[in-house]
Design a protein around this ligand. Sequence first.
Ligand code: XIL
Length: 340
Amino acid sequence: NLGSLSKAYEKEFKVGVALNTSQVSGEIPEATSLIAKHFNSATPENLLKWESVHPREEEYNFDPADQYVSFAEKNDMFIVGHTLVWHNQVPGWVFEDKKGNTLSSDRLLQRMKEHISTVVGRYKGQIDGWDVVNEAVLDQGGMRGSPWYKILGTDYIAKAFEYAHAADSSAELYYNDYNLWKTEKRQEVIRLVKQLQAKDIPIQGIGMQAHLGLRHPPVSKVEESIEAFSKLGVKVMITELDIDVLPDEEEGATANSLELNPYSEGLPDSVQQKLTERYVELFKLFKKHSTNIDRVTFWGLNDGQSWLNNFPVAGRTNYPLLFDREYNPKPALKALIDLQ
Ligand code: XIL
């Protein structure tokens, strides 16, 4: 009997998991009991994204989100909302009028406000923290040229936070992004947060997605960002942790050889061990900065349902998480609990 991961880290940070529709419906008993035992925070993997919750202008689809919130409440979890304003998984109609012309900035702002007020308002007092804006900044610095940015300019970010705060003033509000260990991207996010703070826009945290490789990036780069963000006086969260064990571009695989599926018969012991060591070195870092790190959330419960089987190319057999395809704990889980 291993004990519980979230209990082991209770004094340091929350330990969260991304949940999908089949998990929150409770139809997989193995999943339900592992989630309840090992995690004290939840993030919805897809069901609160714009295309899921608001597929057409006049139509909201709240059933999966309602199920998510009641599942997480029942299990006494800190509940995250993900995500309000993003360039992906947002329907095309959002940026167009009925004739298919690009919306004016006034009308797009109005639409964004309506969406945020409706979704955040519905779960007021229930969803504890929101990823308000996701992935607005480029790896090399500068703003991503998404439709949000093209139509509204940088100010869309401040507006999104204002609308979310107006809809639930007690919810924590976060900026969330990937590759925040990269120096230029880190600096851009720091500028962004300082601008918000200068305007008294409420922002309580920065979510560092952590879609990492087995060897890349070095923990020292992740640490630089944790330290720099902490200095802004906001909470730092590791929001989307998984470790891609397959060769990626950083490891010398070219775009074409990414199709390779070297471990379709099972994960070799040597790679399993490397995965454990990688999780351990990361958790040592998180523990070292636990006064500033509020939460560490895994991007999924078990390998079989991880998005990394389909990203960056489909049809891979990946092994990024703490539980295997049969819901058995991997050696990494025990190693993380034993670290305490
Ligand atoms: C991913 C989900 O895991 C997939 O199921 C979906 O098909 C695409 O989105 N950054 C984010 C997450 O903020 O919302 C993404 O989740 C992964 C990258």
